[in-house]
Design a protein around this ligand. Sequence first.
Ligand code: MV4
Length: 499
Amino acid sequence: MFKKILIANRGEIALRIIRACKDMGITSVAVFSEIDRKSPHVLHADEAYPLGGVTSTESYLRGDKIIEIALKNGVQAIHPGYGFLAENADFARAVQQSGLTFIGPPAEAIKLMGSKTAARTLMRQHDVPTIPGTLQPIKSEKEALKIAEEIGFPILLKASAGGGGKGMRLVNSAKKLPEALQGAAREAQSAFGDASVYIEKYLEEPRHIEFQILADQHGNIVHLGERECSIQRRHQKIIEEAPSVVLTPELRQQMGQAAIAAARACGYTNAGTIEFMYDRHGNFYFLEMNTRLQVEHPVTELVTGLDLVEQQILIAAGEKLAIKDSFTDFYGHSLECRLYAEDAENNFSPSPGKIAFLRPAMGPGVREDSGVSEDNEISLYYDPMISKLITWGSSREQAINRMVRALKEYQLTGIKTNINFLLRVLQHPAFRKGKLSTTFIDEHKNELFTKQEFEPEPLALAALLGHVNKAKPQFKVGSANNKPSVSQWKMVGRMKNSR
Ligand code: MV4
């Protein structure tokens, strides 16, 4: 087993991996940019080394420097987390070539799945259902028109090198196709340095359902069931859950086997995720494969009882999977909400600044994976996600109720967050009923984008007021009768900077 692991990342995911290392008796090594000197991942790691610089390019994307630090300090393996270098095949290869172990898949698998058309081709060869459309980049307007007429409008143009929604163009008619082709190609070129685009049939109101797989280096592959990630805003996931309310045992079996086939087809090892779109007619299609640990992995952990980072480390060290069977059944239900430093009332613009006061939620069924603490500065340089709240319940309803409680309990001042927006989504009748799709937020925007505020819990309110106005608490803690009304709450203290 490894004695020392370097974590090539920051924030909540770096801390999450450091914690797994501690649980396993492995020494953890952090790296950090100048802005992150006081961050929890630096404080909690056994050792920490500066990368210098401020921007991602100057710091967390400096693969050469990171490998150098690892070699100099007796590290055996590097965990990339997610984002930054996690899906960079060149980095994975460089780590291996330097004699270190990359805690993730082989560079070849990363590269293969990075090309959407190559991935689609491979999936078709292995009988994994793919969305109708082309396998090759489009060569001419004429060709595009012919294919579009064949599969029928609306169609979606996608960047071959893409993913995550960049370079995508919805086309409703032949008339609009030429202009859309040019636009998609231009966007693909600037985002990925590759102008090629291909065609897919556009699926209406699909659900996003993904399968977690684990593959060891001895040919064993299992799936750990699904996560539903249909609640997204501009291709940014905000709420995820496990299991999905729409999967029957038969469908789970079919999709799980397709996910295992996908992983086997690309020679995959370690933890990975196969994304599917699930349409209104009950069909599922391979969308893409994420060759990394994902932000939403905790919901799978809570319903399977596994530590996925531990599993990643064991697999990378060459151990055989101890889990012999794929999961057909889960323990209860789990939800994750992503807390972003953004001003939801102001078109979700970034909300940088110093976290003045922070007291996260706790209590039954609540887990918080956070990467920030009080006095930390939220900068514009990195991802605006500051923390994740994860709840578990014996039923979906209990998991949702606990999430509502946790979000209301969560106390954070100094920057704005999307907490109130998350509460509106969770309390929407359609969400409660599990009527989800990737267009949920658009469909329900009238109810979701109101100025309605949620009344904070008495204790949360007390702490906030105590913080804002330490000298003079204005009501008695815990006394429901004295609880100020929402309008009073807005007037008390200097609340401009609070959530
Ligand atoms: C689609 C689709 C409908 N039909 N493809 C968006 C990001 C990229 N990963 C693929 N995406 C989509 N591809 C076809 N043929 C709808 C989406 C989509 C989406 C997918 C997953 C999660 C959220 C989404 C939000 C909007 C659109």
